[in-house]
Design a protein around this ligand. Structure first.
Ligand code: ACO
Length: 354
């Protein structure tokens, strides 16, 4: 028995393969580097949905359907937004998603994918005292999200970088949030319920909640010369360095490299400091745990990329969900196709009645 279920196979999947020893991620047959180069978010979603959804393998039709669904979801906003007052961004997204009805899986898959940018842009604007901006149903998903956030057409380079990010994080084996979504799907609770479960799991700092703290760390370090001492003090205090380590990867997370390249193309002002902090952290971690390779994970350069795109830190986890929902929906449909309820066993270690 392993408390973290390490190495336990709980599903067969055609969706993605994480090779932790080789540092390789394959998304439906494509290495993540190639997927990020050749597909936009809608194209990646169509690929993931192939064989599970009527619009799978039809990127243009799926792009149109998602655009139209953004319009339908936006029509719900006036009734929903008052309820999110006082909630953090990820809590607000959880509430807004949970307000959607569970209907038929195919329609709901398009709806939850479309809902993410509409909800995230609206909750962010509300936090800034601004009214929502209506979606442009003919625009690309990433570009329309940035337009709904700011009210103006985005710089194409920023939209492209965000698209690269969404594709890069679209799926990643049986991670905690995908597993949570599949467990709920196996009970036949429906697509929306399964996706809400996925988001709840993603919210934690050990999973999708790390990129905001990565920027906090860079702020706290301040300049590269201070990095070694700051990092040593954190490790000595028993704290973890955000953006490093992974349950599966024993080498560098391949997504970190894809995102680093995308951040470089935006000439982020933080990139130099980030690279120097990364080097100092890797040196310190190799001394701290010589027995356990701890390398850069996806969250480190996610933080830099989303910051360079112009997003506030508390939107990082919601925007992660906006990408990962492609994989969650595909896994839900794959799980539903098995028709099998997930019901593992526990080992009782408590007392028995005398
Ligand atoms: N900084 C310092 N020490 C670390 C770190 C880190 N980032 N990561 C792991 N360690 C240490 C742990 O303290 C652990 O020692 P312990 O058991 O004595 O406490 C040891 O290395 C072994 O850890 P693992 O078993 O390999 O780690 P686990 O699989 O439990 O955790 C995780 C993986 C949660 C990602 C961890 O590395 C971590 O907390 N990283 C920081 C948070 C983070 O970056 N999260 C985003 C992950 S990526 C994603 O989910 C999309």
């Amino acid at each position: 028995m392993s408390a973290g279920l390490d190495g336990i196979i709980a599903a067969d999947t055609v969706l993605s393969h994480v090779d932790g020893a080789a540092g390789r991620l394959v998304l439906r047959g494509l290495d993540v580097e190639r997927a990020a180069q050749s597909l936009d978010f809608e194209g990646m979603t169509a690929l993931l949905w192939q064989g599970f959804h009527p619009l799978g393998g039809r990127p243009d039709d799926l792009r149109a359907a998602i655009g139209q669904a953004r319009g339908r979801v936006a029509a719900r906003l006036p009734a929903l937004l008052p309820a999110i007052s006082g909630l953090s961004a990820v809590e607000a997204l959880r509430l807004l998603l949970a307000s959607l009805p569970d209907g038929d899986a195919a329609g709901d898959a398009v709806m939850v994918v479309a809902a993410m940018p509409v909800f995230i842009a609206a909750l962010d604007r509300r936090a800034r005292g601004l009214a929502p901006v209506a979606p442009d149903v003919g625009a690309g998903h990433a570009a329309d999200f940035l337009r709904m956030m700011t009210g103006v057409d985005p710089d194409p380079a920023l939209a492209r970088a965000l698209d690269t990010y969404l594709v890069t994080v679209s799926d990643h084996g049986l991670n905690a949030s995908t597993f949570a979504a599949r467990i709920v799907a196996s009970t036949r609770a429906g697509m929306v319920s399964s996706i809400v479960a996925g988001l709840c799991a993603l919210k934690g700092p050990l999973h999708g909640g790390a990129p905001g703290p990565v920027l906090d760390m860079l702020d706290a370090v301040g300049d590269a010369a201070a990095a070694p001492a700051w990092i040593a003090a954190e490790l000595a205090a028993g704290r973890r360095l955000m953006g490093f380590g992974h349950r599966i990867y024993r080498v560098r997370d391949p997504r970190a490299e894809v995102l680093k390249r995308a951040v470089r193309s935006l000439s982020s002002p933080r990139i130099l400091l980030a690279e120097q902090v990364e080097q100092a952290a890797l040196t310190a971690l190799s001394r701290h745990r010589p027995d356990r390779p701890l390398e850069t994970n996806v969250e480190f350069y996610t933080a830099l990329l989303l910051d360079a795109v112009g997003l506030r830190r508390d939107l990082f986890t919601p925007v992660f969900a906006m990408g990962r929902v492609a994989g969650w929906t595909a896994h839900v449909m794959e799980q539903e196709a098995t028709g099998r309820l997930m019901r593992p066993a526990s080992r009782y270690v408590g007392p028995l009645a005398a």
